[in-house]
Design a protein around this ligand. Structure first.
Ligand SMILES: [Cu+2]
Length: 287
C-alpha cells in the first residue's frame, strides 16, 4: 500500500536514472543499482525480493497503526487528565480486563508478524532443485565465483580503478564496476553457496533480496532466480579490512543461450574442454 506506492515511485525514478546511465550502446541494461535519494527498497528482481518487499509492506502498515494508536492515547491522556481538567486524580491501581488485553493483543500482533517472517526465512533458505550452483568465495579484497555444474571453472571479480573504468567500461557505475562480472542465466533457479578465504565477507545484492555472510571454513546457502536481463550491483556487507569498500559485487544476468555460450568460452579458456569455434566468437559486449 504505502510501501508499494512509494516503491512504485522510486522504481520509476530508478528507471529514469537507469536510462541516464545506460544512454550508451550497452548490451545489457543496468537495472539493479542504487540511485540518488533512494529511501525505500530497490525494485525486486527475484521472487525472494518480492516477498521481502511484501513483508516490509505488511510491517509498515502494522507499525503505522501502532504508532497512530499510541500517539492518539498519549494526546487524549494529556488533554483529558490535565491538572486543570482533572484536579483529583483517580487512585485506581489494577484493571484486570485492561491488563489481559494489553498482554494478549501484542502477542497476537507478534504472531501475525511471526508467521510470514518464518515462511520468508524458509523460502529464502534452500532450493530442492537448482540446475545451476555457483560458489561465491570472498577474499581480501575481491570475489571469486566457481561454476561446479558447468565444468568447475572459476572467475575472479575485482574492482576497476577509476582510470580503467573510464577506459574500459565508461557506462558502468563508479565504485561498482569490476573487471569480470558473475554471469547468471535469467529465469533459472540458481543455488548460491558461499564461503570465505580469509576474513568474513558479506555477499549482498539488494535487488535480489540476498545477503549472505560468508565465513572461512563454513558454507552458507541461498538462492536467486533473476527475472530480468541486465547488470545488478551490490557491495561487501561485512567489515573485512582495509579495502572492504572496494570489493563490489557485479552480476550480469543474460538469456540462457548467451549463458551457455559464455560457459563454453570460459571452459575453453580454462582448458577444460577442447577449444571450439565458440572460443574465438565475438566476446561479450562488456569485455
Ligand atoms: Cu569483504
Amino acid at each position: 500500500m504505502i510501501g508499494k506506492c512509494a516503491r512504485g515511485i522510486f522504481g520509476l525514478l530508478a528507471v529514469i536514472a537507469g536510462l541516464g546511465i545506460t544512454g550508451g550502446a550497452q548490451a545489457q541494461p543496468i537495472v539493479g543499482i542504487p540511485h540518488d535519494w533512494q529511501v525505500n527498497f530497490p525494485p525486486s528482481y527475484t521472487p525472494l525480493m518480492e516477498r521481502v518487499a511484501s513483508l516490509n509492506d505488511l510491517l509498515l502498515v502494522i507499525i503505522t497503526l501502532i504508532c497512530i494508536f499510541v500517539l492518539a492515547l498519549l494526546l487524549y491522556a494529556m488533554w483529558r487528565f490535565h491538572a486543570a481538567r482533572n484536579p483529583t486524580p483517580t487512585t485506581t491501581t489494577h484493571n484486570t480486563v485492561l491488563e489481559v488485553a494489553w498482554t494478549v493483543v501484542p502477542i497476537l500482533i507478534l504472531v501475525v508478524i511471526a508467521i510470514p517472517s518464518f515462511r520468508l526465512l524458509y523460502y529464502g533458505d534452500k532450493l530442492a532443485e537448482a540446475p545451476v550452483t555457483i560458489k561465491v568465495v570472498g577474499h581480501q579484497w575481491y570475489w571469486s565465483y566457481e561454476y561446479p555444474d558447468q565444468g568447475n571453472f572459476r572467475i575472479e571479480s575485482r574492482i576497476l580503478s577509476e582510470a580503467d573504468r573510464l577506459k574500459q567500461k565508461p557506462n558502468m557505475p563508479r565504485m561498482l564496476a569490476v573487471d569480470e562480472e558473475m554471469v547468471v542465466p535469467v529465469g533459472t533457479n540458481i543455488r548460491i553457496i558461499g564461503t570465505a578465504a580469509d576474513s568474513m565477507h558479506g555477499w549482498t545484492v539488494p535487488g535480489f533480496g540476498i545477503k549472505k555472510t560468508v565465513i572461512p571454513g563454513r558454507i552458507n546457502e541461498g538462492w536467486i532466480n533473476v527475472t530480468k536481463e541486465g547488470y545488478y550491483f551490490g557491495q561487501c556487507s561485512q567489515i573485512c579490512g582495509n579495502n572492504h569498500s572496494y570489493m563490489p559485487i557485479a552480476v550480469k544476468a543474460v538469456a540462457k543461450p548467451e549463458f551457455d555460450k559464455w560457459v563454453e568460452q570460459k571452459k575453453a579458456s580454462a582448458g577444460l574442454s577442447p577449444a571450439t569455434d565458440l572460443a574465438s566468437a565475438t566476446a561479450p559486449a562488456n569485455r
